[in-house]
Design a protein around this ligand. Structure first.
Ligand code: CO8
Length: 266
């Protein structure tokens, strides 16, 4: 009798929960290909984020790569021979909407290359913390295409038209310091502190009311998707809605009683 000794394939996404801090670290794990985002990586990433979104023990999430790359883009090998119908049928970009629908705060901790779909992924998440060595870019023009998962829109809204246009037309990357100056990233930290700083930020966020976090995220994202009048009305409704939560009563009572609130997410 022979026993099957084929090793299980390495997961393309590693998940580490930090129960005490109520946070989770999600690490893209395709290092030899600089975390190029093929369909399998995106499937695992979406599934991992959705599972964490359902997990009451997790209140904030960090997504990171490795020292060389957050992600160097969509997998070029996987797309190179595709026809428009192949692209449409696989609807790989449609899948990115699953990431947009994650309700909990998700921080991108970016070190090394953050290009093409990698940059689009980082921008789709809620905020970016960058290591000194991070490089952001939309180099699709070099391979005969354009950004397809939000790069032309999110980069332009983040850094303004002229510089976004320059980056997208030349494919040249931007370094972390400039990304910080131009508000593409919230802050730059030393390379070796990237993940720890991002997790510390996630832990600080995880102490807030999970319901308020969810609605705060929704309200800020509305600034990208709605006109001002509608977005203000939306914000006001979300604000009123929070008065139905126990967390609002707890937060305000705790303030008045001069103690730390204990948010239960109800
Ligand atoms: N796809 C596939 N493989 C990649 C990718 C990629 N995007 N990036 C790097 N790799 C592979 C390389 O082929 C190489 O593999 P091998 O060792 O087998 O030859 C390995 O990763 C290491 O890369 P390099 O040897 O090139 O490493 P360098 O340090 O010399 O260069 C760079 C690093 C500058 C990052 C370089 O690898 C590079 O230019 N990569 C491509 C960047 C790029 O063009 N990205 C955009 C891709 S298109 C895109 O993202 C469109 C998104 C649309 C939405 C999503 C649709 C599904």
């Amino acid at each position: 009798m022979t026993t099957d000794v084929t090793p299980a394939p390495e997961p393309l996404v590693l998940v580490e929960r930090q129960e005490e801090r109520r946070t989770a670290l999600v690490r893209l794990n395709r290092p030899k290909q600089l975390n190029a985002l093929n369909g399998a990586v995106m499937d695992e990433l979406c599934a991992a984020l959705e599972e964490l979104d359902r997990d009451d023990g997790v209140r904030a999430i960090v997504v990171t790569g490795n020292e060389r790359a957050f992600a160097a883009g969509a997998d070029i090998g996987e797309m190179a021979g595709a026809s428009p119908v192949d692209m449409l049928r696989a609807n790989r970009i449609g899948q990115w909407d699953r990431i947009r629908r994650i309700g909990k705060p998700v921080i991108a901790a970016v070190g090394g290359w953050c290009l093409g779909g990698g940059c689009e992924l980082a921008m789709t998440l809620d905020l970016i913390i960058a290591a000194e060595d991070a490089r952001f870019g939309q180099p699709e023009i070099n391979i005969g295409v354009i950004p397809g998962a939000g790069g032309t829109q999110r980069l332009t809204r983040a850094i303004g038209k002229s510089r976004a246009m320059e980056m997208i037309l030349t494919g040249e990357p931007m370094d972390a310091r400039e990304a910080e100056r131009r508000d593409l990233v919230a802050r730059v930290v030393p390379d070796e502190l990237l993940v720890e700083d991002a997790l510390a930020l996630a832990a600080a966020i995880a102490e807030k009311s999970p319901i308020a976090l969810r609605l705060a995220k929704e309200a800020v994202n509305a600034a990208y998707e709605m006109g001002l009048t509608d977005a203000l009305a939306h914000e006001r409704r979300l604000f009123y809605l929070l008065f139905a939560s126990e967390d609002q009563k707890e937060g305000m009572t705790a303030f008045l009683e001069k103690r730390k609130p204990d948010f239960k997410g109800r």
